[in-house]
Structures are given as structure tokens and as C-alpha cells.
Design a protein around this ligand. Structure first.
Ligand SMILES: Nc1ncnc2c1ncn2[C@@H]1O[C@H](COP(=O)(O)OP(=O)(O)OP(=O)(O)O)[C@@H](O)[C@H]1O
Length: 358
């Protein structure tokens, strides 16, 4: 075997140690390492440092500085890692590769806030992203993305143009139907409106389309879930008993319609004290974890109760876009995990989602 210094002083870089080191890298999103398939190029620079170019099959660009640090420490040579995102799978609906439903068993748990920040984070992780607001009871995506007052535009009187909200393609059921009418809606009407919106919007090519579902587990949510060719669902809950009981109903509902539950997001999980930095579990502790264990699904993220989140929402800005905010890193980690779960679900069966009936 060559010594490392010899390897990297050679004219053509020896790739095997780098391939092996990438395979040994571990994180929540890269649970089985970085596969050789993901490597686009390895080059040696004139200063002897190495540049690794990756072609990621799921959105996880922001993790590359960690990968670079890992390689640098392991190989004892400066390594720089760049990545672009190219999902391998064929589009499942029009030119959309994955449709992900964001649901909650009950209202007010922060489902829309989570949905929109997940969309923003997936975009920041290098993916082409859209969001469809299907919450007929209280369509809040226009407000959260600063689109209130915008009028939908059609192309050739046929296709609705999605709005561009800072790089996210957005459409809302709220632009089409007054929410007051929703109280008298039934499942088929609501799912018909959702299908129409999905079909008649000119989404173009998307890696991920996030659908903000109406809260609850009734007839409307059930028929809507059946109508959408979703790759999976993320269930948002709070640590409270009542919200968890409702989240459980959500898991059972998606089980019934064969939509894989990618995981739970525990929102308003804890509050970080501004003075001492301690985490206070205002609504209880470990609730989502227990529910997740019972149903064999992962907890994708614990999102704190944070004033910044509410304030950004009210201003129609995404906290996920504020890369200096600590909370934006939490949303990013959740987004990478959603993206990698979708990938491994299809390509490795590494993540087994087991859903029980109760
Ligand atoms: N982690 C959080 N920290 C602080 N405030 C939050 C957090 N998540 C959501 N909120 C706030 O809670 C309120 C409800 O959030 P949101 O509208 O996202 O809930 P929802 O579950 O979608 O509600 P609905 O059931 O009405 O659709 C909003 O004012 C939002 O800014």
C-alpha cells in the first residue's frame, strides 16, 4: 500500500482512499455513507488539495462543509467538496418527482409554518421545490410567503401560473375558493378542487412538491390523500397528549390509503430560555418519540417554540431563508432527512416504515 503523502503527490490523484472515506461518512441524512455512485469527479489542485464534486440524488447540499471537514481530518489533506442535486427517479406526476403531504391530526400545531419552511429548506439544499396549499379551512401559505393580494395568472387561458416566492413555486386553494365556503365542503368536492389545482398549475420540473393538507383526519383529508400520487407524508404534532392522540389517527389514516409516513415533526417541542439557554419542555417531553416508537416511524425533527418563527411568519418571510438563524439549521436538517428518507425508501429499503393499526 502507498502512504497517503505519496498518494496525493502523485500526478493523477489516487481515488480509492477518498472513495473509502466518503463511504465511511455518517450523518442522519447519509445514514449509509456517501456512495461511489454519488461521486462526479475527484481532482487534485495545484496546491495539492483535493476537490471532490458530488452529484447528490437527494437535497443535502448544505452538509458539504461537514463532509469536507470529515475528509480533511481523515485523509490529513485539505479537501473541498461541492455538490449539485440531481434526483435519479422518474417523475411520478407530470414533471414532479416527489409529492410530500404535510399533515396534522389537529389544527393549530404549526403544520403550515412547518410545511413552508421545509419547502424553503429543500430549495436551499439545492432542489427545485413547489408548495401547494390545500388547506381549505385556512389557506395560510399566501400570508406565509408574502403573497397576500396576488392574483393568479393563467397562460393561454389554460394553465395557472404558480407564484414565485423567492425560488419556491407556490399555489393556493385560497386563490380559488373563499375559505368561508369550506365549512360545507365534503370529501369529493375538496379532493376535486385539489386535483384540479394540482393538474391545472404549470409547475414545470420539480424535485419536491410539498402539499399543506387541511388539519384533521376526516372524510376530506382521506379523500384528498387518495387523490394525490404522494411519495410520503410528514405528520406535524406538538408534544401534548391531545395532539399526539390526533397524530396517531393521522398515521392510521395514511396507513389506510397506503401513503408511507416518512416521520413525525414535533413542533413547539421545547422553549429555549433567552437568559440561561436551557430547554424547557412547556408542553411535555418525549411524547412524539414514544408515539414514533410505537408506530415504527422516525421523529424527523424537534422544532422549538421560538418567537423568531412566529415573527417571520407574520412578515411573510421564511426563517429557513435566514441562514444565520439557528432555527434555520433545524429546518434544514429536517429537510435533508425528508429528502434522504424518500431516496432510501426507493433505492435501498434501508428505512423500513412499519405502521400499526391502532
Ligand atoms: N415553532 C413555533 N414557534 C412559535 N410559533 C409557531 C411555531 N410554529 C407555528 N407557530 C405559530 O403558531 C400559529 C399557528 O401556526 P400554523 O398556521 O402554521 O398552524 P397550522 O397547524 O397550519 O394551523 P391550521 O390548523 O389553522 O392550518 C402561527 O401564529 C405560527 O406563527
Amino acid at each position: 500500500m502507498f502512504g497517503l503523502s505519496k498518494l496525493f503527490s502523485a500526478k493523477s490523484v489516487q481515488k480509492q482512499p477518498i472513495i473509502s472515506a466518503l463511504a465511511a461518512y455518517r450523518s442522519a441524512a447519509f445514514a449509509v455513507g456517501i456512495e461511489q455512485d454519488f461521486i462526479a469527479d475527484i481532482t487534485q489542485n495545484t496546491d495539492k488539495s483535493i476537490t471532490v464534486k458530488l452529484n447528490l440524488p437527494f437535497a443535502a447540499q448544505s452538509e458539504m462543509p461537514h463532509v469536507a471537514q470529515f475528509l480533511t481530518e481523515r485523509l490529513k489533506i485539505d479537501v473541498n467538496v461541492t455538490a449539485s442535486v440531481h434526483l435519479k427517479e422518474a417523475a411520478k406526476f407530470k414533471a414532479i418527482k416527489h409529492i410530500v403531504l404535510v399533515a396534522s391530526g389537529k389544527g393549530g400545531v404549526g403544520k403550515s409554518t412547518t410545511a413552508v419552511n421545509l419547502a424553503g429548506s429543500l430549495k436551499n439544499e439545492g432542489a427545485k421545490v413547489g408548495i401547494l396549499d390545500a388547506d381549505i379551512y385556512g389557506p395560510s401559505i399566501p400570508m406565509l410567503l408574502g403573497l397576500v393580494g396576488s392574483e393568479p395568472v393563467t397562460k393561454d387561458n389554460k394553465q395557472l401560473q404558480p407564484f414565485d416566492a423567492n425560488g419556491i413555486k407556490a399555489q393556493s386553494i385560497g386563490f380559488l375558493v373563499p375559505s368561508d365556503d369550506a365549512t360545507v365542503w365534503r370529501g369529493p368536492m375538496a379532493s376535486g378542487a385539489l386535483s384540479q389545482l394540482l393538474n391545472e398549475t404549470d409547475w414545470g420540473e420539480l424535485d419536491y412538491l410539498i402539499v399543506d393538507m387541511p388539519p384533521g383526519t376526516g372524510d376530506i383529508q382521506l379523500t384528498m390523500s387518495q387523490k394525490v400520487p404522494a411519495s410520503g407524508t410528514v405528520i406535524v404534532t406538538t408534544p401534548q397528549d391531545l395532539a399526539l392522540a390526533d397524530a396517531q389517527k393521522g398515521i392510521a389514516m395514511f396507513n389506510k390509503v397506503n401513503v408511507p409516513v416518512l416521520g413525525l415533526i414535533e413542533n413547539m417541542s421545547h422553549y429555549i430560555c433567552e437568559h440561561c439557554g436551557e430547554a424547557n419542555h412547556v408542553f411535555g417531553k418525549d411524547g412524539a418519540q414514544k408515539l414514533a416508537l410505537k408506530h415504527g416511524v422516525p421523529v424527523l425533527s424537534h422544532i422549538p417554540l421560538a418567537i423568531d418563527i412566529r415573527e417571520s411568519s407574520e412578515q411573510g418571510k421564511l426563517i429557513a431563508d435566514d441562514t444565520d438563524a439557528v432555527i434555520s439549521k433545524t429546518y434544514s436538517a429536517a429537510a435533508r432527512l425528508v429528502a434522504s428518507t424518500l431516496y432510501y425508501q426507493q433505492h435501498h429499503n434501508a428505512i423500513d416504515v412499519v405502521i400499526t393499526e391502532d
